[in-house]
Design a protein around this ligand. Structure first.
Ligand SMILES: NC(=O)c1ccc[n+]([C@@H]2O[C@H](COP(=O)([O-])OP(=O)(O)OC[C@H]3O[C@@H](n4cnc5c(N)ncnc54)[C@H](OP(=O)(O)O)[C@@H]3O)[C@@H](O)[C@H]2O)c1
Length: 367
């Protein structure tokens, strides 16, 4: 590992891009060297390009405020020369994002992506660093396909998954889950919005988020899949059915989950599951990565704190990188029911991507 890595942010003016800026401004390993966005922003100082769209609580860091925004699609080679890798979070058509991310990778600039475009490309790892870090081992196969020496694409999963899959995956490691019904209650920042830009969401609930139910049902299979013959083969073991709601919450996705184990699995007790969550440490915790939450899963017991996890008390735990679970109890029609939540733009978006980049850096993929 080098002492310092220069990084670029593609989509720097967007909601996720802004989060990247606040997370990376004082990062111990990374220095922001390039910011890029659409032709609308290119050529402007960052503070003018982002203007009133700046939605973070903290001010724009002085180190980037006057940096000239580059053109994400026209300056690929120039950006690739200036940085060791890029984070990418852009609002473009899926096929355009796919092509753009491959252009960066082929310019020998690794891409850590928040976008969904490459989530189902078989040799692109989709990683929750505590759950499936071993999937980074697919990268040599991807480099071979792309014809690159160091360029590759790695993605994080959809933000809604981070609210329920970690809790289920930890149980599933010892007690295989057969089926689950998941309902997500998703914050408006997940749509890149605030209450100012989306006033209709005040005192409202929208029982539909385009494409989200399919993502929430299908993406877990890839995260739980295995590497076979240069591809990540999705698992077909856990069957999830999902409904997604947009709710009047600024940040933080919550999921209500019913689940049952496979036939023949001896049902663990509530206490045993809670202990598995509380004791679980993934590779990020073992490596002490800068953005790894010390405690991955925070547990609220039904007995002592039945009204938790709440958005306002739980979303910021460990810098918004922890998952919080509670209300684990017996179900009548399934084995158990529970609630789980995470911060959608931290753990679920920029923070999850920064942690993924840290994992890749610590494992030598950014050198
Ligand atoms: N918000 C979340 O919680 C969340 C979570 C997970 C994943 N994501 C994904 O992350 C991506 C970005 O989401 P967001 O919420 O940050 O969106 P956003 O706030 O709308 O920002 C979009 C960014 O893309 C740039 N952009 C738009 N058109 C472009 C073009 N033709 N060429 C180059 N850059 C272009 C914008 O630049 P200008 O400012 O110059 O227009 C801006 O920087 C999306 O793929 C989204 O699905 C979001």
């Amino acid at each position: 590992m080098k002492e310092n890595y220069n990084v670029g942010i593609i989509g720097a003016t967007g909601m996720v891009g802004q989060r990247f800026i606040t997370l990376l401004a004082d990062h111990p390993w990374y220095t922001i060297k390039a910011l890029a966005a659409s032709p609308r922003s290119a050529g402007k100082p960052y503070k003018d390009a982002v203007g009133a769209k700046w939605a973070m609580d903290e001010d724009i860091p002085a180190s980037v405020a006057d940096m000239t925004v580059m053109n994400a699609t026209e300056d690929v080679e120039e950006i690739a020369k200036q940085v060791d890798f890029v984070f990418c979070a852009v609002d473009m058509k899926k096929d355009e994002i796919k092509a753009l991310e491959e252009r960066y990778a082929k310019a020998e600039c690794p891409v850590v992506s928040n976008n969904s475009a490459h989530r189902h490309t078989p040799d692109v790892p989709m990683i929750i660093p505590e759950i499936n870090p071993q999937h980074i081992e697919i990268i040599p196969a991807q480099r071979k396909r792309l014809g690159t020496e160091r360029g590759f694409i790695a993605v994080k999963s959809n933000c809604s998954l981070q609210s329920y899959l970690p809790a289920m995956a930890v149980i599933n490691m010892k007690y295989p889950i057969d089926k689950a019904i998941v309902t997500t209650y998703q914050a408006i920042s997940g749509a890149g919005k605030t209450f100012e830009t989306w006033p209709d969401m005040v005192d409202n609930l929208i029982p539909y988020i385009g494409g989200e139910e399919m993502k929430s049902e299908v993406e877990p299979n890839k995260v739980l899949g295995s590497i076979e013959g240069g591809e990540i083969v999705p698992s077909d073991e856990m069957h999830i059915e999902c409904q997604t709601y947009r709710v009047p919450v600024s940040n933080g996705h919550t999921a209500a989950i019913f689940f049952s184990f496979k036939d023949g699995v001896k049902k663990p007790s509530v206490e045993e599951i809670e202990k598995m969550w509380a004791d679980y440490k993934g590779v990020p915790q073992e490596l002490g990565l800068p953005h790894a939450p010390k405690q991955f899963i925070h547990v609220y017991t039904e007995k002592d704190q039945p009204d938790q996890p709440q958005i306002k008390t739980a979303r910021e735990i460990d810098g918004g990188m922890a998952i919080s679970c509670g209300r684990l109890r017996e179900s009548v029609q399934f084995n158990y029911k529970m609630v789980s939540m995470s911060h959608n733009t931290l753990r679920g978006a920029a923070g999850g991507a920064v942690l993924l980049a840290e994992l890749l850096t610590a494992k030598g993929y950014m050198d």
